[in-house]
Design a binder for this molecule. Structure first.
Ligand code: KIV
Length: 283
């Protein structure tokens, strides 16, 4: 399958076809997702929690993101990849935002970058990055890099005023030049209102069923990340349990001397060579 482009996503929206979007942070997962036929992969800064064991996304660096985007690109060479801009990689100036977005493209080969927020400063960054030739996906609603200001990891846009603010932010992000917007953690009515008013693809994570596409964090939907599971996640598998059981079985077998079985799990040597080898040892 050829890698999808901005034109394919626009056509999918026109035809009413849903865009399938998942996060990945490593080569093997990306390889499986490409095989499964997902349309888009996000190397999210959720990397911080899912792969690096931090409590938040704040400590994630540009070097972390570039390294993991490279691995995902190697695993999914024919899938549209979005690289997430980590905290303070774009907030301080347009120049810094362009330079860091450029690293994602030049060093990791991503197709698009994503950044959080819907205020005037973020709109300015989106314009600057997209004018340098890089596709930008906006991200509004529950934006973890604004955790302190939005009062923690909680749904957004639940009052009429807050919902109107999000609709206005979506319009501002679109006007700034984003090619698409990810809307996170809002009631379905808000996801629907934003989608119906948008001229660009709207992806949702925990934003109801009306958005043009759906994103989930892969480690949530396969049951690997169990520190916290948001309400909007559906678990399609329990890989965490499968892996833990496999690790337990291996632990027991090694301790009991049941693994390895030398008839099955070791390299063969002819009897003549073994005989000669033993004779040499005794000499
Ligand atoms: O970092 C990430 O994976 C994200 C999603 C939570 C939307 O930005």
């Amino acid at each position: 399958m050829a890698k999808k482009t901005i034109n394919d996503f626009r056509q999918m929206v026109e035809k009413g076809e849903k865009i399938v979007y998942l996060t990945a942070y490593d080569y093997l997962t990306a390889k499986m997702q490409e095989k499964a036929g997902v349309d888009m992969i996000l190397v999210g800064d959720s990397l911080g929690m899912v792969s690096l064991g931090y409590d938040t996304t704040f400590p994630v660096t540009m070097d972390d993101m570039v390294r993991h985007c490279q691995a995902v690109r190697r695993g999914a060479p024919n899938t549209f990849i979005v690289g997430d801009m980590p905290y303070l990689s774009y907030q301080t100036s347009n120049e810094q935002a362009i330079a860091n977005a450029g690293r994602m493209v030049k060093e990791a080969g991503v197709d698009c970058i994503k950044l959080e927020g819907g205020g005037p400063m973020i709109a300015e960054r989106i314009t600057a990055i997209q004018q340098s030739g890089i596709l930008v996906m906006g991200h509004i609603g529950l934006t973890p890099q604004f955790m302190g200001q939005i009062g923690g990891y909680r749904a957004q846009g639940r009052s009429a005023n807050a919902a109107m603010k999000l609709v206005r932010e979506a319009k501002a992000v679109e006007a700034a030049g984003a090619f698409s917007i990810l809307v996170e953690g809002v009631p379905a009515a808000v996801g629907k209102a934003i989608t119906e008013r948008a001229g660009i693809p709207i992806l949702g994570i925990g934003a109801g069923s009306y958005t043009h596409g759906q994103l989930l964090i892969y480690a949530d939907m396969v049951g690997m990340y169990d520190n916290f599971t948001p309400k909007f996640v559906k678990k399609y598998a329990n890989v965490g349990e499968v892996l833990t059981n496999a690790f337990k079985e291996y632990t027991e077998e090694v301790r009991k001397g049941q693994f390895p079985n030398d008839d099955e799990h070791t390299y063969k040597m002819s009897e003549a060579e073994v005989k000669e080898f033993l004779a040499e040892l005794d000499r």
